[in-house]
Design a protein around this ligand. Structure first.
Ligand code: IPD
Length: 296
């Protein structure tokens, strides 16, 4: 709704400010820490940028709530309520950031009553600001975005990621999914290394579809709205309604392409973002590195 336009403009302004910190650190050597797997990385810059974003927003909107990737990793409870909530990934594409592979994004979604009102994906190195407000279209900087409208999977270019989950089941599921899609056949497969940018490529028409399993709500909440507002479709990988907490997503240029991908890809088991993996929901005060605070 138009009432959130001021919040969205503020979100874009602070994303631009925060990107200066990312771009400065991008050139330097980083101290890297591991989270849930050898491919799930965090740096001091991820933590610093998230703190910067949250403290600026809190100063202006003290009643608003937050779900931030690094705050959750540090033990904060991940909970989406009806309250206005900012869902933040300070650096989406941390592996890219560490290696200086030039695709890193700040992803900010804003939800009220559990519905995303706006989404911002700022691809910092490219200086591309992708944004959408519910019911008002999707844009890259000032240019209106339109999904390709492709209806035929065999004429589609598909983006995906192997992701950070590296156990045998996850790896064999992800590689089998790629093989089965190539056999459909699709025209090509790509991976940029940031779920947020991967997914907005569907909104630009540059890719016809994107799917992923195992990413988190902060990776895709903003880009999901951008795809929908560009005329694209967003579903769960089982073909049902998209749920940002399910850790499964298909974004596509059209419903036939989305449904065809849902027929081919399989998901490996992973706990929802809003569920304690140990079933301790009443006593669990936070999930860190995939483990609940009770540590069992
Ligand atoms: C990761 C990236 C990556 C995806 C992983 C995410 P991060 O986010 O989006 O493309 O494959 O599943 O965890 O850790 O760089 O914010």
């Amino acid at each position: 709704m138009a009432e959130w336009t001021e919040c969205m403009n503020f979100g874009m302004a602070i994303a631009r400010e925060a990107s200066e910190v990312i771009l400065e650190a991008f050139k330097a050597k980083k101290d890297v820490m591991l989270k849930s797997s050898p491919a799930d990385l965090v740096t001091e810059t991820d933590q610093r940028v998230e703190k910067m974003l949250i403290s600026s927003i809190r100063a202006r909107y003290p009643a608003h709530k937050f779900i931030g990737e690094e705050s959750v990793a540090a033990g904060e409870k991940l909970e989406l309520t009806e309250a206005p909530t900012w869902i933040i990934d300070p650096i989406d594409g941390t592996v890219n950031f560490v290696h200086r592979f030039p695709f890193v994004a700040i992803s900010i979604a804003f939800a009220v009553n559990k519905q995303t009102e706006f989404g911002i994906v700022y691809s910092c190195v490219e200086d591309k600001m992708y944004w959408a407000q519910r019911g008002r279209g999707a844009f890259m900087n000032d240019v209106s975005l339109h999904a390709s409208g492709q209806q035929d999977i065999t004429k589609s270019l598909v983006v995906t990621e192997i992701g950070a989950e590296r156990d045998d089941v996850a790896l064999s599921t992800m590689t089998t999914n790629i093989m089965n899609l190539l056999k459909v056949p699709i025209q090509g497969i790509r991976a940029v290394g940031t779920a947020a940018v991967d997914m907005v490529l569907v909104a630009t028409g540059g890719a016809d579809a994107y799917y992923h399993i195992g990413m988190h709500c902060w990776d895709i909440a903003a880009s999901a709205l951008i795809v929908q507002e560009s005329g694209g479709v967003v579903l769960d990988t089982d073909g049902t309604e998209f749920d940002m907490m399910s850790r499964k997503v298909i974004a596509a240029s059209s419903m036939p392409v989305a449904k065809r991908i849902a027929q081919v890809v399989r998901a490996f088991p992973c706990a929802r973002d809003d569920e304690c993996p140990n079933g301790m929901d009443n006593d669990c005060h936070g999930i860190s590195n995939g483990q609940c605070c009770q540590g069992i």
